[in-house]
Every structure is written in structure tokens, then in C-alpha cells.
Design a protein around this ligand. Structure first.
Ligand code: B12
Ligand code: SF4
Length: 347
């Protein structure tokens, strides 16, 4: 079998009724799945056909089930979509670990309805716990880390009938059925040379409403990775302490495209120069300070920001307690000067 078409699935969200699990605060609203958006563009650039199926965005209203609440298509609808698909490879993307059971269920639906299809699991969760994920017999491959290049390599390997032995960024079963994880990675070196995510493959109006009402907000990537190693965070495992940023100009170009093409309106930035300055400020800090922005600089950036709303996460790397310094700043210091703008700091 030759792989020509790839279906990329973003899982639905599900949580037990009355549980205090995640998604308690508006996070179940669909956002464009950037990871598979990038994969779809990159596959297209390399001559393959790619389709995006966002199971959550296809039915964003909560459905009450016997034991849980689901944001997304029903099992029957998913099975029907999988049956209808003529893709030879189906990939599922998983960011959040709590959706592990959901993804396993999706893989079982794929293999039940399309047994000949090759399956691959990618994203933060399978990258961090690939062995556990390979225990799911409906999964053929785990793609580790940035998926663009490894996915192309995987397709070429299948199409040329080669063995996966020695393939980087890949989890697979060898001839004896033993799981092999090759955590050596293949990276995208230069994000500026990279494709933009394939937003044109989906109905972007579904993703327009974000945290605030009547505002069209869209997500985008300005950098990938982080050189630090906070214990609670997956970044160091996923990016192996690498960091790379896009150039400010490319970032601003994409912002402008989102405004012009999709009607993004949350940015109050009118002058391109100003936006470039902000991006330069953030990127320079990120590079010079190894991706971390000092508390004082962070406050300056927030004060000068021209975005409608800023959401920054402050992390301290000092065991002696920089966070106390930040707490001492108080909200007054973080509040932007122009009235009417909202701000939000996350600690
Ligand atoms: C943006 C983001 C969000 C957005 C998600 C929007 C969306 N739908 O895209 C929002 C704000 C909603 C969010 C919410 C939460 N988040 Co969050 N979030 C992120 C963040 C900062 C960036 C993710 C991103 O867009 N990356 C950019 C894209 C391009 O990369 P990517 O998705 O990783 O995709 C690449 C690869 O993974 C791979 N790949 C991905 N999918 C696939 C599929 C296949 C088949 C293949 C081959 C490859 C592949 O290729 C892609 C291209 O290179 C990450 C941290 C991080 N830096 O990754 C945390 C992160 C994913 N979030 C995290 C958490 C915990 C949460 C919450 C659970 C927090 C909470 N308690 O409420 C919620 C869950 C919300 C929900 N709906 O259930 C954790 C997950 C940890 C874990 N193991 O569970 C992360 C990793 C941060 C951390 N602490 O380590 N989050
Ligand atoms: S600084 Fe942020 S992204 Fe980097 S490891 Fe710590 S929490 Fe994760």
C-alpha cells in the first residue's frame, strides 16, 4: 500500500460529570489545532494530500452522556467519518494527557472501521510517554517531538517498503513485536523558512470566538521550545531544551494576515512599526535571557503592549523565590496605562 492521503485528527474533549478535572473554565472552546495545521501544510508542500478533522470543533456544544460530558462528535459520527475517509494513514494529535483514554478510543474506532489504515500518534503526550502509548495495539507508530519531518520520513519508509530500524523521532514495534523508541530527533531548523499552518483547510469561523465575547481572536506560534527544565512542564522533554524563535517581521506578517483574511480584531495595534518593536523586544529578551523574560522586563513589555489583552505566564527559576518579588509588584504595576484595555497575569 502506498500512502498518498493523510487524515489528521484532533480529539474531542470529554470529562466525567461532577469531576473537578481540567476544562472547568472555558477551555473547551475550540482553538485551531496548530500542530496538525502545520503538519497538513508541510505534507502538502511535500506532495501529499492532507485533511484535518477536528472532532471537538465539529460539535463544540456539550453533550450530556451517561457518565460524562463531551464536546465533540458522537462515536457514531466519528466512525462514519473514519469509514468515509480514503486516507491510507490516520494520525491523532494529543496535547493533554487527560485525553489519553479518548485518543485510545479513537484509534480503536479507526482500526475497527478501517483495519488496513496505518495509525500514528503524535503531540506532547505520546512524546513524553511513548512506551505507554505503544501499549495500545491499535497504534502502529508514535511520532516524537516536532512532527513535520519525521512524518514525511515515516511515509517514505512505508511507501518504499523499508524497515523502521534506525529511524529517528519514531516509536514502532520490531519484527518480534518489541517496542522500540528512538528518541533522537529530527528538527525544523529555521522557523522562518517553515510553512504557515493550513488554516485554509478548515472553517476558521468556528475558531474565531475565544475567551472574550464579540472578539475575534486566533492563535499562532511565535517560537518553539524552551531551554529550561521546570519540573511540572513538558517543554524540556518535548524540545530537549532547545529554543528557536521566528523573526518579528514574519510574526507580524502572520498577524496582519489573520486580520485581513479572517477578521481578527483583538489587536489594537495600528502601526506595523510598533508591532515590530514589541516583537523585537520579546524576541531579544527571549534570546538574550535564554527564553526567559525577567520580571521587570515583563512588566515593561506589558505596559507598552498594544494588544487588546495580554496573557503572560510568569515562571521563576530561582529556588530562593523570585516569585515573591513578582507578587510584591501588585496589580497596579501590571495594569496597562490606557484605560479600557484588559490585562491578565497568570501565576
Ligand atoms: C496553546 C496551548 C494551549 C491552548 C490549546 C489550543 C489548541 N487547541 O491548540 C489552550 C489555552 C486551550 C490550552 C489549554 C490547556 N493546556 Co495547554 N498548552 C498550549 C501550549 C503552550 C502550546 C501548544 C501549541 O500550540 N504548540 C504549537 C504546535 C505547533 O505544536 P504541537 O501542538 O506540539 O504540534 C507539533 C508536535 O507535537 C507534532 N504533533 C502534534 N500532533 C501530531 C499528530 C501526529 C499524527 C504527528 C505525526 C505529529 C504531531 O507535530 C506538530 C508540529 O511540529 C503547550 C506547551 C507547548 N509549548 O507545547 C501547552 C500544553 C499542551 N498545555 C498543557 C495543559 C496541561 C493544558 C490544560 C490541561 C491546562 C488546564 N489545567 O486547564 C488545558 C486543557 C484545555 C482543554 N481543552 O482540555 C500541557 C499539557 C501537559 C500534558 N501532558 O497534559 C502543555 C504541554 C504545557 C505544559 N505544562 O507542559 N493549552
Ligand atoms: S520556563 Fe516555561 S516553558 Fe520553559 S520549562 Fe519552565 S514552565 Fe516550561
Amino acid at each position: 500500500m502506498k500512502i498518498k492521503k493523510i487524515l489528521l485528527i484532533w480529539p474531542y474533549v470529554e470529562r466525567k460529570k461532577n469531576s473537578r478535572q481540567v476544562t472547568s473554565y472555558n477551555l473547551a472552546k475550540p482553538r485551531f489545532p496548530l500542530g496538525i495545521g502545520y503538519l497538513a501544510s508541510y505534507l502538502g508542500k511535500n506532495g501529499y494530500e492532507a485533511e484535518i478533522l477536528d472532532l471537538a470543533a465539529e460539535n463544540p456544544n456539550p453533550t450530556e452522556m451517561e457518565e460524562c460530558v463531551r464536546w465533540g462528535l458522537s462515536d457514531e459520527e466519528i466512525e462514519e467519518r473514519v469509514r468515509r475517509s480514503d486516507a491510507q494513514l490516520i494520525g491523532v494529535s494529543q496535547m493533554f494527557s487527560y485525553l489519553d483514554p479518548v485518543c485510545r478510543k479513537i484509534f480503536s474506532m479507526i482500526k475497527k472501521n478501517n483495519p488496513g489504515t496505518i495509525t500514528a500518534w503524535g503531540g506532547t503526550h505520546p512524546t513524553c510517554v511513548p512506551r505507554e502509548c505503544m501499549e495500545c495495539s491499535d497504534v502502529d507508530y508514535i511520532v516524537l517531538g516536532e512532527g513535520e519531518k519525521p512524518l514525511i520520513e515515516l511515509i517514505k519508509m512505508v511507501n518504499e517498503g523499508r524497515s523502521p530500524e534506525g529511524m529517528k523521532s519514531l516509536g514502532y514495534r520490531d519484527q518480534e513485536g518489541k517496542t522500540v523508541i528512538n528518541n533522537e530527533r529530527i528538527w525544523i531548523e529555521d522557523l522562518d523558512e517553515h510553512v504557515l499552518p493550513a488554516r485554509e483547510k478548515v472553517d476558521m469561523t468556528v475558531y474565531a470566538g475565544c475567551t472574550f465575547d464579540n472578539i475575534r481572536v486566533f492563535n499562532m506560534v511565535t517560537s518553539r521550545g524552551c531551554p529550561y527544565k521546570c519540573t511540572f512542564c513538558t517543554a524540556s522533554t518535548f524540545y530537549q531544551q532547545r529554543y528557536k524563535g521566528r523573526s518579528p517581521r514574519k510574526v507580524v506578517d502572520e498577524m496582519e494576515m489573520l486580520v485581513k483574511k479572517y477578521g481578527a480584531n483583538a489587536s489594537r495595534a495600528k502601526r506595523k512599526r510598533r508591532k515590530v518593536n514589541i516583537s523585537i523586544g520579546i524576541s531579544l529578551k527571549a534570546i538574550l535571557k535564554n527564553a526567559a523574560v525577567e520580571p521587570k522586563s515583563a512588566i515593561r513589555i506589558i505596559k507598552n503592549t498594544i494588544l487588546y489583552s495580554s496573557s503572560f505566564s510568569f515562571i521563576t527559576h530561582s529556588p530562593s523565590g523570585d516569585i515573591e518579588w513578582l507578587r510584591g509588584c501588585g496589580s497596579e504595576q501590571l495594569r496597562p496605562r490606557r484605560p479600557g484595555r484588559r490585562w491578565c497575569g497568570q501565576f
